[in-house]
Design a protein around this ligand. Structure first.
Ligand code: ADP
Length: 809
């Protein structure tokens, strides 16, 4: 009982004041969840027997009934003390008996009253009451007026916030000008808690009551406003971060309904399929799936999502299980190697041996090959040929200048823009897990605070551990055991020794003019002609032209620039053909300048004159062998030695040794030791921008010094290489073949070499030996005999001091 129907609440029945006739003894009905105020209309469902009896008694008399509220609404049969004492005398306006014995009654509050006594009656409550008279508030003062206005405004606000405000309500509120009645009306509609409503009804003074109602209203307004604010804030928040999400979810739902896949689902599905296809090992697959689940949860446009996407892309594209089948046919392999490479017999033999072993024992963990030689001698093309011969994929990475371990092993994913290391990158590029993997320039690996790349490299190369090569970016291990690594370097000196130990070094040296000519005619020219879209019959190179390109347009150990020059020549001709000329075109010595411009090198002019204090050494550099001029001058000073030309430590020491030797032995040449007293000795090695090091220029420096001290010129056609000791012994050096080729290019005819290097002469191509005389020597005396020209006539001028300048352009 006691359910209220609030729609009907606000309505006032204008009737004659019935208060006067109210009896003092009335049946009483306790109600559970409502407090009835004066004038309030309230429909009630009455079920409790005592209450039905009370209603029936009231109906039987004058329809008056006292309605009071229970303290605790949950009690079924409240006792007298469990019912509030102040309540409202009400009149039953209508009553309807329901078939189930319950009664529906419409009651109206008439007057406030207080129970003064419970009269004993078992079947119903009957009470004696005292009507509570309200003090008359005929004069509504200013304060009351303000209060009423406030209450009206607040009420309207609340009703508006609740969406319950209507014009009718508005006019009722403004029509009431009695503070007490206004208080009751508003209180009855405020949805107050029972105890609060009861507090109000118990305040007798109308102004006080209105004040209390005003307070409650105020609280309610604040609460409602706060609630509205919180709600809108939450809504804002949601709309900012989630609106997109909801919309997208809706779109997805729509797509699902239509049987289509939206972009996002499609992406996820695609990744799922790709992960399946990638045939990853268990551990990798688990990781990929985990990341995919993360991606699914993420906002698709977030930065993190793109990080995860990149990672997944890497994971699915790596050749975890993809490999090519080795086909090793020795005859074909030989044919492939021969077709692409002229000469290099020893090297091709070694490669064929290597392949044979692979063929017989595919599981062999053979040595790692390392091709060492100047640029353009065919290291890369040999690597490619090996891959071709085995029908494997070929990839190539350069390690030059790498100082950071992460370049090899990748950055951890927490770095912005992190990527896997170059090895994993190379494998992705290869698309198979057993490519021929060439790593260039391992002699130019660096190491610093960012870790040592060579140790990471070792892990990749070492057959014992590379089955589980770990990359920081993948955060997983990848099996590199099937990869065939080939390393390349220009010189072997600077290869980290830990790596060098594990490799088989195959030296490739530069080519002689003869060889270059043949390679150009058989390989480079046909290739360039074809690449530039020229038909072979449209163009003819004379032999002389090819030689001239080699001699005057290039100066190198390998073939790179030669190929480039030939390429640019072919392009020029291709243009003429494209412009309509018929040809055929003859490329001859005479027409060369027209295509390639003036020569870049003049080998004859490049050579120095025989001079005092100028000797010719031989250097073994990154780009092959080269001649190296050493200048020595005696100038006024205090007996000091000046070294210039970016000499490394070893070379400086070598210069000092040469100096000491010269000083010790100068007497033999008829020069007095006093010469050192007020003179400085300056040794300079031109081309100062290039750092030079090593001991092999020792004898060249000693020769230049003695030449300067004695005034005997050094023969311009003689070059020399060898380390010097204090006693003038000549010690062996490395890179003789390269140096010999360098000397040949520079037009040298005699090369002095250490006796101990004599066995290396076998390596020197025959046509080089035909043009150059190699003279092995044991000590400095022999060097001087060969290199220095006889002493000039007595009155000849002193040592020439002018610094020689190379005329290379
Ligand atoms: P590297 O890797 O040693 O710097 P490359 O392999 O790039 O040198 O060789 C440069 C060019 O010279 C390539 O076009 C290559 O085919 C060609 N080449 C090098 N050596 C030979 C050779 N022996 N026979 C034919 N062509 C060669």
């Amino acid at each position: 009982m006691g359910e209220t129907d609030k729609d009907d609440l606000i309505s006032i029945i204008e009737e004659e004041d019935p208060e006067t006739n109210i009896p003092t003894t009335l049946p009483m009905m306790p109600v559970r969840d409502v407090v009835i105020f004066t004038d309030m209309l309230l429909p009630l469902f009455v079920g409790r027997e005592k209450s039905v009896n009370a209603i029936e008694e009231a109906i039987g008399k004058d329809r008056y009934l006292f309605v009071a509220t229970q303290v605790d609404p949950n009690i079924e049969n409240p006792k007298a003390e469990e019912i509030y004492r102040i309540g409202t005398v009400s009149r039953i306006l209508r009553m309807l008996k329901l078939p189930d014995g319950r009664v529906k009654a419409l009651v109206q509050g008439i007057a406030k009253a207080k129970i003064s006594k419970y009269l004993r009656k078992r079947s119903l409550f009957r009470v004696k009451i005292e009507i509570i008279e309200e003090p008359e508030s005929s004069v509504v003062d200013l304060e009351a007026e303000a209060l009423m206005r406030n209450v009206r405004e607040y009420s309207e606000k609340i009703l508006t916030l609740r969406g319950e405000y209507t014009n009718e309500v508005g006019s009722i509120l403004s029509s009431i000008d009695d503070p007490g009645r206004l208080a009751d009306l508003v209180a009855s509609n405020l949805r107050l808690k029972i105890d609060e409503a009861q507090t109000i009804i118990e305040i007798i003074d109308p102004i006080q009551r209105l004040k209390k109602v005003n307070d409650l209203l105020f609280r309610e307004v604040e609460l409602s406003a706060m609630q509205a604010k919180i709600q809108s804030e939450v809504k804002d928040e949601i709309s900012k971060s989630q609106k997109d999400y909801f919309l997208r979810e809706q779109v997805r739902a729509i797509h699902r309904e239509l049987g289509e896949l939206d972009e996002r689902t499609q992406e996820i599905e695609e990744y799922k399929a790709k992960i399946k296809r990638a045939r990853m090992p268990q551990e990798a697959k688990a990781e990929a799936e985990k990341q995919l689940r993360r991606l699914e949860q993420m906002h698709p446009d977030s930065a993190e999502a793109s990080v995860v996407r990149t990672y997944l892309d890497w994971m699915v594209e790596l050749p975890w299980k993809k490999s090519t089948t080795d086909v090793i046919d020795m005859k074909k392999a030989k044919a492939v190697l021969d077709a692409d490479h002229y000469g290099l017999e020893k090297i091709k033999d070694r490669i064929l041996e290597y392949l044979s072993v692979r063929k017989l024992n595919p599981d062999t963990k053979g040595p790692i090959l390392c091709f060492v030689g100047p640029p353009g001698v065919g290291k890369t093309s040999l690597g490619r040929a090996i891959a071709n011969a085995m029908k494997r994929k070929f990839v190539r990475i350069s390690l030059g200048g790498i100082r950071d371990e992460a370049e090899i092993r990748g950055h951890r994913r927490t770095y912005i823009g992190a990527l896997p290391g170059r090895i994993i990158q190379g494998l992705k590029q290869a698309g198979s897990n057993n490519p021929v993997f060439m790593m260039d320039e391992i002699d130019k690996l660096g190491a610093d605070f960012r870790g040592d790349p060579s140790s990471a490299l070792l892990e990749a190369l070492d057959p014992e551990q590379n089955g589980e090569f770990s990359d920081h970016y993948l955060n997983l291990s990848f099996d590199l055991s099937k990869v065939m690594f080939i390393l390349t370097a220009n010189i072997s000196d600077t290869i980290p020794s830990a790596l060098l130990d594990r490799m088989e070094v195959i030296n490739l040296s530069g080519y002689t003019e003869e060889e270059k000519k043949i390679i150009a005619q058989t390989h480079l020219v046909p290739r360039q002609v074809k690449e530039n879209g020229i038909k072979p019959r449209q163009i003819r190179f004379s032999e002389g032209a090819v030689l001239q390109v080699i001699r005057e347009y290039t100066c190198e150990a390998g073939l790179r620039n030669l190929e480039r020059e030939l390429g640019s020549l072919c392009r020029k001709i291709a243009r003429r053909i494209a412009e309509g000329e018929k040809g055929p075109f003859q490329v001859t010595r005479q027409s060369l300048e027209k295509y390639l411009g003036p020569p870049k090198y003049y080998p004859e002019l490049d050579k120095e004159e025989s001079q005092v204090g100028l000797s010719t050494g031989l250097a073994w550099t990154q780009v092959g062998g080269e001649v190296l001029y050493v200048e020595a001058s005696i100038i006024n000073g205090k007996g000091e030695m000046i070294l210039t030309g970016q000499l490394g430590e070893v070379m400086q020491e070598s210069a000092r040794a040469a100096m000491s030797y010269a000083r010790f032995n100068i007497g033999e040449f008829g020069v007095k030791d006093e010469i050192f007293e007020n003179r400085d000795i300056h040794i300079h090695v031109p081309a100062g921008a290039i750092p030079k090091d090593g001991p092999s220029a020792g004898i060249a420096m000693a020769t230049a010094l003695i030449s300067a001290l004695t005034g005997r010129a050094v023969n311009k056609d003689v070059a020399m290489t060898g380390e010097i000791t204090l006693r003038g012994r000549v010690l062996p050096i490395g890179g003789l073949k390269e140096k010999a080729l360098g000397a040949l290019r520079a037009g040298i005819t005699t090369v002095i070499i250490p006796e101990k290097n004599k066995p290396d002469l076998v390596e020197i191509p025959r046509n080089v030996k035909r043009k150059i005389t190699f003279i092995p020597v044991k000590n400095m005396d022999q060097v001087i005999d060969i290199a220095l020209e006889p002493a000039p006539p007595k009155k000849a001028p002193k040592a020439k001091k002018k610094a020689a300048i190379r005329k290379k352009s």
